[in-house]
Write a protein that binds this ligand. Structure first.
Ligand code: HAM
Length: 438
């Protein structure tokens, strides 16, 4: 008889979209807590936008001839009404759409906003480049001076410092105004046309659609060509130069080092004036951990009253990888107390004890699933808890529990349920004092 073999196709996550398992997810939460405090300390307020937006929003905001719009968007048609929709590839367009839709700028004054969450780009996945990745984005709308640009950069520098990140450096450029870019573009195209034979396929394609992006090429054979190309900075007028110098002066005052990179052009079309990227050499090819700049024309371009704006977004996966590389992010949360118990009465008392302790603010893991005291104590130890609450038939009958230190010295004591929270506090805080050498 031949054995019938059935192979079941294993179900896997979509390529480039990752599960974040508990060990890792705890580091994410720790990171997000730090980030939230940091944002609050600069007066930024949260905003949450949908993950799906009408496709024309991104086409208009990011630009028809950018890599993102040309080939990286997850777009689909709404089966019910035929509307063209897209999974957001970034947050700035959605944020500006929301600000316009809800007339947030009508009361005058500026808004400092932040968001975080998944973004989607159909790129070729590799280390540090995913199809679903996460950004923390910051947008300041209604501020026109160089001060807000500098604030954003100083914020980043402080966060790197708080996280203890190593080897992150700042690249800065100014893209001027659209008129200044147009004058530069004419010269740039003339220069590149004179060398068209040397351009690669990508360069030839971009020559008439988005020539500025050619300056960004990674092709080693084109480096000398783009290095000698006309520089945008030489086309900046007085106002743009003054703005750029204003940003630099504030950075210098704060002791933030930067390198002016004349070829930093960014991959989204909405930018003008200041643009910046924070880069590291520690993560291989995908070394940009954070990027942004000014986008004064976008609010009007998306149908709002003209308003200046600037912002940036950081790639959470890349920052976390760098945090790990720099020795951070190791600590994960552990319970204060693990409750072990045996017998029906003991189980009921264990639930009451655990809830009473949680009511006093302690983190408690109550054992579930039975097993011998010995195996439960092994789990208590492995949980990282400082203390075990031990409840057997005897304790249950007396309405008392055993309290046993799992890490430090000292034996098991018996306490009444009513006195448990105080006894736990005494054990934990005495231990902390011992640790601190007080
Ligand atoms: P972006 O440069 O396209 O800018 O993305 C910002 C950051 O997101 C990058 O520096 C990188 O760390 C991360 N990132 C981008 N694509 C991927 C990917 N496929 N996998 C992993 N990480 C990635 C923006 O998105 C602008 N909205 C930033 C901005 C906000 N400008 C003004 N306000």
């Amino acid at each position: 008889m031949t054995e019938k073999k059935t192979t079941i196709q294993a179900l896997q996550a979509v390529r480039g979209m990752n599960d974040i398992l508990p060990d890792e997810a705890e580091v994410w939460e720790h990171f997000e807590d730090i980030v939230r405090d940091w944002l609050k300390s600069y007066g930024y307020r949260p905003i949450r936008m949908p993950i799906v937006e009408p496709t024309p929003l991104f086409k208009r905001a990011i630009g028809e001839v950018t890599d993102i719009v040309e080939k990286e968007m997850y777009s689909f048609e709404d089966a019910l009404n035929g509307e063209q929709l897209t999974l957001r590839p970034e947050g700035t367009a959605s944020c500006v759409r929301a600000v316009i839709q809800h007339k947030l700028l009508h009361g005058g004054g500026g808004h400092r906003l932040y968001y975080h969450g998944p973004m989607f780009r159909h790129e070729r996945p590799q280390k540090g480049r995913y199809r679903q990745f996460h950004q923390i984005g910051v947008e300041a709308l209604g501020f026109e001076g160089p001060d807000i640009d500098a604030e954003h950069i100083l914020m980043c520098a402080r966060l790197w410092d708080d996280l203890g990140l190593e080897d992150v450096s700042l690249e800065l450029n100014s893209l001027g105004s659209s008129e200044e870019r147009a004058r530069h573009r004419a010269e740039l195209v003339a220069y590149l046309q004179a060398h068209e034979a040397r351009l690669d396929e990508d360069g030839k394609r971009r020559l008439h659609t988005n020539p500025l992006r050619i300056l960004d090429t990674k092709n080693p054979e084109l480096q000398d060509l783009v290095e000698a190309a006309p520089r945008l900075v030489d086309f900046l007028g007085e106002e743009s130069l003054k703005h750029f110098e204003g940003v630099q002066a504030l950075l210098k005052d704060a002791g933030v080092h930067f390198r002016i990179n004349h070829r930093l052009v960014r991959g989204l079309d909405y930018y003008n004036r200041t643009v910046f990227e924070w880069v590291t050499t520690r993560l291989g090819a995908q070394g940009t951990v954070c990027a942004g700049g000014r986008y004064d024309g976008l609010v009007e371009q998306l149908g709002g009253r003209p308003a200046p704006a600037a912002g940036f977004a950081m790639g959470v996966e890349r920052l976390l990888a760098l945090w790990r590389e720099s020795g951070g992010g190791g600590e994960t949360a552990q319970p204060d107390v693990y409750v072990v118990h045996q017998g029906e009465q003991a189980l009921r008392l264990a639930f009451r004890a655990a809830e009473a302790l949680r009511g006093h603010g302690f983190a408690v893991l109550a054992h579930c699933g039975g097993g011998s005291f010995k195996s439960q104590m092994k789990k208590a130890d492995a949980s990282g808890a400082q203390l075990a609450v031990v409840i057997g038939e005897d304790e249950a009958a007396a309405g008392e529990v055993g309290l046993k230190p799992l890490r430090g010295p000292g034996g098991q004591q018996r306490v009444a349920l009513e006195g448990l929270a105080d006894a736990v506090a005494e054990c934990l805080f005495t231990e902390e004092e011992d640790d601190g050498g007080v």
